[in-house]
Write a protein that binds this ligand. Structure first.
Ligand code: GLY
Length: 369
């Protein structure tokens, strides 16, 4: 990997974020841009934490107070959101509160931030379903039509491992482990492709069927879901050190790599291999983070590392925005069939691409997960 190239890419990403930040004062960027420009929204979506997380990474990278002050300025809004229960009745507490408040506590010792992140962990705990042993992702608790887990939730579990560590209360970790085990046993198919969501019987807890929400079909493989597995399995491995995760991780990672097109930027669903369907560059950025973490954990060889480097170099060369643009990583897709954020910037695409660069430029860097 060309470190100078990664450093230059990180510099451009920081410049973009610094230049655009005035547009979001008193609010946050929307999950996805519209024609290359992020609309400004309230702190009411699952993606707000990525923006604050970007600020924390650029603060660590540049040492400049403007990034720290912007991130710290968000903290009161995250607390207010929980207190007023604004769009918090879902599972995405790790994405929202891990990268904002937990990160603030880890970097600065901010006690309000710690307390807020713990409240978010409690909120996630409240979505645990004993019948089925999983965190219900969306909807009213117990609603039959939403009695399911989703693969993305693997990345919300680190908030619970952290909560168990700082409080000494093992229940956070116990529930996370149960959900992790249920997820591994359902959404990963025999050939190591994945399905997005999995339904359970609310009466008996029996696993019922896989289904997609953002993918092409119930039997296809949504590329970002596969990437959530690549990174999510490894993030859970960090805390659990369960060796049985490793072959599963290799399986889902090999599947992801084998289904990439020539320039390594995933199509939005692996049903597509070529042609004009949009890419989801964010899926590739997420998977790079997962592979770099696996190498750091000593559970994969150099051949995986080389692949992560190749994917990241292609993202830098072909998908990174220029300093004057409205976001960091181009050609990401939120929900193709839902008509949301198609071939746009996405906040998580920007976040995971930047996280991958931070991992390369600072090999000892501690992530916020
Ligand atoms: N976690 C929601 C998504 O990946 O779009």
């Amino acid at each position: 990997m060309d470190i100078d190239k990664a450093k230059a890419a990180l510099k451009t990403a920081a410049e973009i974020t610094e230049k655009n930040r005035h547009a979001f004062e008193g609010g946050f960027p929307a999950p996805a841009s519209e024609k290359g420009v992020y609309p400004k929204i309230e702190n009411d979506d699952w993606t707000a934490g990525f923006y604050t997380g970007l600020m924390w990474m650029f603060y660590e990278h540049t040492g400049r107070d403007l990034f720290r002050e912007t991130a710290e300025g968000h903290l009161i809004s995250f607390r207010d959101r929980l207190d007023r229960r604004v769009a918090v009745d879902h599972h995405d507490m790790g994405f929202i509160y891990g990268l904002s408040c937990e990160a603030a506590y880890k970097l600065t010792g901010n006690h309000l931030a710690k307390e807020t992140a713990l409240l978010a962990a409690d909120n996630l705990k409240g979505r645990f379903q004993e019948k089925g042993n999983f965190f219900q992702a969306w909807g009213q608790i117990g609603d039959r039509s939403e009695y399911r887990l989703i693969i993305d939730c693997l990345l919300n579990l680190p908030l619970l491992y952290w909560a168990a560590e700082v409080t000494g209360d093992p229940s956070y970790r116990e529930l996370a482990e149960k959900h992790f085990s249920t997820t591994r046993g359902t959404v990963i198919r025999e050939n190591f492709s994945t399905c997005h969501t999995y339904y359970f019987d609310p009466q008996t807890g029996a696993p019922l069927r896989g289904a997609t929400k953002q993918g092409y079909s119930d039997t296809s493989t949504w590329s970002r879901g596969q990437a959530w597995a690549v990174y999510g399995l490894m993030l859970n491995y960090i805390y659990l050190k369960d060796l049985s995760v490793i072959p599963q991780w290799k399986g889902v990672t090999d599947y992801f790599i084998a289904h990439l097109p020539g320039d390594f930027a995933a199509y939005w669903d692996f049903h597509f291999h070529d042609g004009p369907e949009p890419r989801d560059s964010s899926a590739s950025a997420i998977a790079v983070c997962g592979i770099l973490e696996a190498y750091r954990q000593g559970v994969c060889g150099k051949e995986y590392l080389e692949k992560a480097y190749a994917i990241l170099e292609s993202l830098i060369d072909n998908y990174a925005a220029k300093a004057e643009e409205g976001g960091i990583l181009k050609h990401s897709t939120y929900g193709r069939l839902l008509g949301e954020g198609i071939d746009e910037f996405t906040l998580w695409g920007d976040y995971f691409y930047t996280e991958a660069l931070m991992r390369i430029v600072y090999p000892e860097w501690k992530t916020y997960w």
